[in-house]
Ligand binder design. Structure first.
Ligand SMILES: [Zn+2]
Ligand SMILES: [Zn+2]
Length: 143
């Protein structure tokens, strides 16, 4: 029984575009949200960003990341981590959520791991972007 639980415990892996940076998470995502805030749009160049949250301690990263630090709308310091070769934006750290890391879901290798439970910052959404009405929606961030 214990053996079987171990087998079913799901981690996942990922990389940047050029694969100079690779990572693996020891655990399944804690939560996953599509974020429509301007920071996520501007940093990724995409109409919205799907973020997977895991504990920092469960994430193992190989390769050299560059950092860019900025302030979120709520005033927290945000650190964006990206590949210094291909520029792929991979991770975000928010001082307001210590111990957690946001993985940008487009970098994940195992596509079935990416299961958003809702959309946040819907108030900032690009009007033409359709969202899944069956998922939770938050006008701002989740609590
Ligand atoms: Zn790269
Ligand atoms: Zn965002």
């Amino acid at each position: 029984m214990i053996y079987r639980e171990k087998v079913e415990m799901k981690g996942f892996t990922g990389s940047c575009l050029c694969r100079a940076i690779t990572y693996n998470s020891n655990t399944a995502p804690l939560r996953t949200f599509n974020c429509h805030c301007e920071d996520c749009r501007k940093c990724s160049g995409a109409p919205y960003l799907t973020n997977i949250f895991v504990k920092e301690d469960d994430l193992y990263i190989q390769g050299t990341l560059k950092s860019y630090i900025h302030q979120s709308e709520s005033g927290n310091k945000i650190t964006k981590k990206f590949c210094d070769q291909c520029g792929c934006q991979m991770f975000s750290l928010n001082e307001g959520r210590p111990g957690l890391v946001r993985i940008h879901a487009g970098t994940v290798n195992e596509l079935l791991v990416i299961k958003p439970q809702g959309d946040v910052w819907v108030s900032k959404k690009i009007p033409s972007i359709k969202i899944d009405e069956s998922l939770d929606q938050f006008q701002k961030n989740f609590a």
